[in-house]
Design a protein. Structure first.
Length: 145
């Protein structure tokens, strides 16, 4: 049997590949939810969308001083995909707006209906996971594991 791989080596390889695929589905699903939140977030100045932060350390609080300013300066956060790419399987990825009026837009205020962008994206979690699974499978089938 010289030259043949051992059964345990084959199992080890399969487990490693499975873990990588699970991590890919986890990370892609998180990215898809955040992308959906961004798509659903209404745009006036773009500040609310730009105030979306992503962390694995916990949600950042809404800041009362985080508001658009007249000179066009926006609140800039880093690319969320970098945070997600470092997330461990089973960890929590927190996405939160820091704009002072974020909760008013999400839930409604002063007679305006809430947009529910976070709640609607979260409710679509199963769809996001299904999409991530399809993407991961396509990568495996194309040799991009």
């Amino acid at each position: 049997m010289a030259g043949q791989r051992s059964f345990s080596a084959s199992v080890d390889e399969w487990v490693a590949a499975t873990r990588e695929r699970m991590e890919a589905v986890f990370r892609l699903s998180a990215e898809y939810v955040i992308e959906n939140v961004i798509e659903l977030t209404p745009v006036d100045t773009g500040f609310l969308r730009a105030s979306l932060t992503v962390s694995t350390d916990g949600p950042l609080p809404i800041r009362s001083d985080a508001k658009p300013v007249r000179d066009g300066t926006t609140y800039e956060t880093g690319p969320y995909s970098l945070v997600i790419s470092g997330a461990e399987l089973g960890s929590v990825v927190y996405a939160s707006f820091v704009a002072a009026y974020a909760a008013h837009v999400e839930y409604g205020a002063r007679g305006r209906s809430g947009r529910g962008m976070v709640r609607l994206a979260a409710q679509r979690w199963p769809e996001h996971v299904d999409r991530a699974v399809r993407t991961a499978k396509a990568r495996v089938n194309s040799g991009m594991t």
